[in-house]
Design a protein around this ligand. Structure first.
Ligand code: F6R
Length: 616
């Protein structure tokens, strides 16, 4: 939520900043702004709207400075106005700041600053922090020493409750930025005689792949020649420079109309990456390098708790189904935001899993910390390498899905489904699953990328269906067992990108209430896989049809539905039960994507949403 970029180097900052900001736009896109330090003053441009609007606004300025910061906003405190857009300049004109996060105690600090004659132009918590730094700066002994600027930021942060990723410039120190983080991501790109600060790597990967991931409580002082890291408590930190493994090409559209479309079609490759090197040599189980637990440790686990948010929470529900079914170990699934506050009673031998594409979702991070505080080990399934959740967990499994930029998660979700399916196999083989069943499970998962490729070939057919259904404003998604979470996911995808009201239910549950919604204007999407409950699902479909509801059926190839029962049929290839949620998800991703496009929606940047939710 909110993206920030900072630049100190030998080139003019503005175009580098704006280029980086465009790549962070998915983090928030209601307003944007830039500040460049030149000629002893800050040149600031801000505009409500997308980064493109800021680029047009910035064209009216002559930005020549080589140090600058910029921001794309997802509003928390204060409406969407030019005045509330970042950067914010302190009322004495000395400092300018961009911020990602929430300052929780801003009201009392603002009261204090007003009593000291600081003034405010916006309704934001961010301007309060900026003026607080200015207050400390004014109190520092006047000197040219670099530490004067740095110390004022550090001292201000000691009074802050809440979360922040910030980048600050001071008018008296033209080639410097001080940045800091607590609860909001921030990394420093170490380039060729230049440094770039950013909320995530996509903003800087075109200039350098060498990055330092800042940790909570750390401040970095960047000059045009060097950088140093210190904690808010003044401990020196030896920086570790990591390498980003992907390139700028991976974060570009490469001919696709939208990132969501690109990421849907990237799924075969993402799934291959998720399974690479993760099956045992005898081909009967999975293996993971990063769990940091022995087989003996796993033997004593008698319950798993999975927690996360949104789409990733749906992956947890699939984990529950697969682990309970194949490994016969009970699994509990919690929304991370609920787990943190409900003080769940927990047994001794419980292992936690958090699932997060970004690795920065604040609710998931808070749940992780709560479980650790209670003394439990927490494993993370994450896509973003070096993310806070990945770093703070006791072990985990990286997804290797590549950067996911579309706000609606697609390839990250299916790779989470694959990983939880592999994990279910891993623990099942430690219990009662036979070698033969393990081997057929492995074969089933190895086939997944090819089966997804085959399912994607139906895109033109699904697009045509979408064109006929795009006019409806209510949808039901109905699936049973491991496909109930996929029904929830189908409904979530549709509502978040096309603003259509949609609900997911277990198919049989529909008659306990939701069936009241059914009429000619409320279509249902049914998951109808081959298997024991095929006939039961067909009965649910009959109940809908009897009430004139339209039906789109996602059916396993070769399964015959009664004539005329479904208005439209999308077939999926036959697959192993552990792979079924992955394969079944592809048609609903495509359906929601094409419906959103047909309705003229901004697929990659749906209203009110942002990719990485770093506020509570
Ligand atoms: C929906 C979507 C969100 C995320 C959720 C958690 O398409 O992407 O529901 O799944 O915000 O995000 P991560 O996985 O980054 O923790």
């Amino acid at each position: 939520m909110c993206g920030i970029v900072g630049y100190v180097g030998k080139h003019k900052a503005a175009s580098i900043l704006l280029e980086g900001l465009k790549r962070l736009e998915y983090r928030g896109y209601d307003s944007a702004g830039i500040a460049v330090l030149q000629g002893g003053r800050f040149n600031v441009a801000k505009k409500v709207g997308r980064v493109e609007a800021l680029v047009r606004e910035a064209a009216k300025f002559t930005f020549t400075g080589k140090t600058g910061i910029c921001h794309t906003r997802w509003a928390t405190h204060g409406g969407v106005t030019d005045a509330n857009a970042h950067p914010h300049v302190s009322s004495d004109g000395k400092l300018v700041l961009v911020h990602n996060g929430v300052i929780e105690n801003y009201v009392s600090i603002k009261k204090f600053l007003l009593s000291k004659d600081y003034t405010f132009k916006s309704e934001t918590d961010t301007e309060v922090l900026c003026n607080l730094i200015a207050y400390h700066y004014a109190k520092e002994p006047v000197s040219d020493s670099r530490s004067r600027f740095f110390e004022s930021v550090r001292k201000a942060l000691l009074h802050i409750e809440g979360t922040y990723g910030i980048a600050v410039m001071c008018v008296d120190f033209p080639d410097e930025i001080v940045a800091a983080r607590k609860g909001s991501p921030l990394l420093l790109g170490v380039g060729d005689n230049e440094f770039i600060l950013a909320s995530d790597a996509s903003a800087l990967v075109s200039r350098t792949r060498n990055v330092v991931y800042l940790k909570d409580g750390e401040l970095v002082h960047v000059t045009k020649d060097e950088f140093s890291i210190t904690t808010v408590d003044q401990a020196e930190v030896s920086p570790v420079v990591d390498q980003i493994t992907w390139s700028i090409k991976d974060a570009e559209l490469n001919g696709y109309a939208h990132f969501m479309e690109k990421e849907i079609f990237e799924q075969p490759a993402a799934l291959e990456n998720a399974m690479r090197g993760r099956f045992s040599e005898d081909g009967s189980t999975a293996q993971f390098g990063g769990l940091n637990l022995t087989a003996a440790d796993f033997r004593v686990i008698d319950r798993y708790c999975f927690t996360s948010c949104g789409t990733a929470w749906h992956a947890c529900l699939v984990a529950e189904h697969l682990i309970e079914r194949f490994a016969r170990i009970p699994v509990e699934v919690d929304y991370a935001s609920e787990f943190r506050y409900r003080n769940a009673p927990l047994d001794r031998d419980v292992l936690f899993f958090v699932v997060s594409q970004s690795g920065e979702t604040i609710d998931t991070l808070a749940a992780l910390r709560e479980a650790k505080r209670k003394g439990y080990k927490v494993m993370a399934i994450c896509n973003v390498v070096g993310s806070t959740i990945a770093r703070e967990s006791d072990g985990g499994i990286y997804q290797h899905a590549g950067p996911e930029i579309g706000v609606a998660s697609t390839k990250a979700f299916t790779s989470q489904l694959l990983i939880v399916a592999m994990f279910a196999l891993y623990v099942a083989r430690m219990r009662d699953m036979s070698y033969a069943d393990g081997a057929s499970y492995v074969q089933g998962l190895r086939a997944v990328p090819e089966l997804v490729r085959k399912t994607l070939e139906q895109a033109p057919h699904i697009k045509e269906i979408a064109s006929r259904y795009a006019k409806y404003n209510d949808f039901l998604f109905l699936g049973r067992l491991s496909l109930f979470p996929i029904a929830l996911e189908g409904a979530l995808k549709l509502k978040e990108i096309s603003y259509i009201h949609a609900e997911g239910y277990p198919a049989a549950e529909m008659k306990h209430g939701p069936i009241a919604l059914i009429n000619e204007e409320c279509p249902s999407v049914f998951f109808v896989p081959k298997g024991d409950i095929f006939n039961k699902i067909v009965s649910s479909m009959q109940e809908i049809k009897a009430r004139k509801g339209k039906i789109i059926a996602i059916v396993t190839e070769g399964c015959e539905l009664p004539a005329g029962l479904a208005d439209d049929v999308i077939t999926i290839p036959e697959c192993h039960d552990a792979a079924l949620p992955i394969i079944s998800c592809i048609p609903v991703q495509l359906l929601s994507y094409y419906i959103a496009v047909a309705r003229g929606c901004d697929v990659d940047k749906p209203r009110n949403l942002a990719k990485s939710v770093t506020v509570e």
